[in-house]
Design a protein around this ligand. Structure first.
Ligand SMILES: [Zn+2]
Length: 267
């Protein structure tokens, strides 16, 4: 049970004011903690839900009773439970958010508008990916980062999945051939499974709920490897911008899309 809720950062709860969020949470029992896409959801009693997003530098820490591990300067939220545990939302750059949603149906609507299929669910097949990509002119990297198309794939994992699949990030999503869709599907699943196995990538801020660093950053196949030799072909890795994000690509293993030729010349 949440004995005391404190929201220190009004940006976290915006547009709701901290006091209203504190009032909505206090006295509620946490029935489950789960994830949907990049959203972390605490199901509370009375069909109330706290939906959080870590964004760039947010971390959720689970602190056992008696332990004094509170990084004060970046503490956005503290939920003190009646058994002595504390759930802390810590966020250096303060892009993380929390919203209280009353009603399980309302929660479903909120998530359906924002989150596409879960790539690690058995329902996520190459067919599902092909359907999501159909008719999309967006570059495949932007397509992967759009959480409404595929849930949970971020910048690092998009680069890694595209490298595994041998697909250039600027290829239009809707023009991928069936074999490429199948390779991309496998690339997404393998990359996410590897990331979970390595407890995430801690390039700077990410920590797991016990405050531990992940080790995925030690195993990047392409991400952050600019000018180093490609692990497959040895050619130097190129850094470029795609979907507004720093993107790493091997131009031999991930061939650059050719512009469609205009038929102006006579045969
Ligand atoms: Zn290569």
């Amino acid at each position: 049970m949440i004995e005391r809720a404190q929201v220190f950062d009004p940006l976290w709860s915006r547009p709701a004011v901290p006091r209203d969020v504190e009032r909505a949470l206090t006295g509620r029992r946490i029935e489950a903690l789960r994830r949907r896409g990049k959203y972390l959801i605490a199901d509370l009693d009375g069909q109330c839900h706290l939906v959080m997003h870590l964004r760039m530098t947010g971390n959720l820490l689970w602190v056992p009773p008696g332990e004094d591990r509170e990084p004060r300067p970046h503490l956005s939220v503290r939920l003190a439970l009646d058994d002595g545990h504390r759930l802390l939302f810590v966020d250096q750059r303060r892009f993380g958010t929390g919203v209280v949603i009353e009603g399980t149906e309302q929660l479903g609507e909120y998530l359906d508008q924002r989150v596409g299929p879960e790539p690690l669910a058995p329902e996520f097949t190459p067919d599902v990916l092909a359907r999501a990509a159909r008719g999309r002119r967006a570059p495949v990297k932007a397509f992967l980062l759009d959480q409404r198309r595929v849930a949970g794939v971020g910048n690092i994992y998009a680069d890694e999945a595209l490298f595994r699949a041998g697909i250039h990030p600027l290829r239009p999503a809707g023009r991928l051939r069936r074999a490429e869709i199948e390779r991309l599907h496998a690339g997404i699943v393998e990359t996410l499974e590897r990331g979970i196995d390595r407890q995430g990538a801690s390039i700077d801020d990410y920590r797991d709920s016990n405050g531990e660093r992940g080790s995925m950053q030690d195993e990047f196949l392409i991400h952050l490897r600019a000018d180093q030799p490609c692990i497959r072909c040895g050619r130097p890795v190129t850094k470029m911008v795609a979907a507004g994000r720093g993107t790493y690509v091997c131009r031999r293993c991930q061939p650059v899309p050719r512009p469609r030729r205009r038929r102006t010349e006579a045969p």
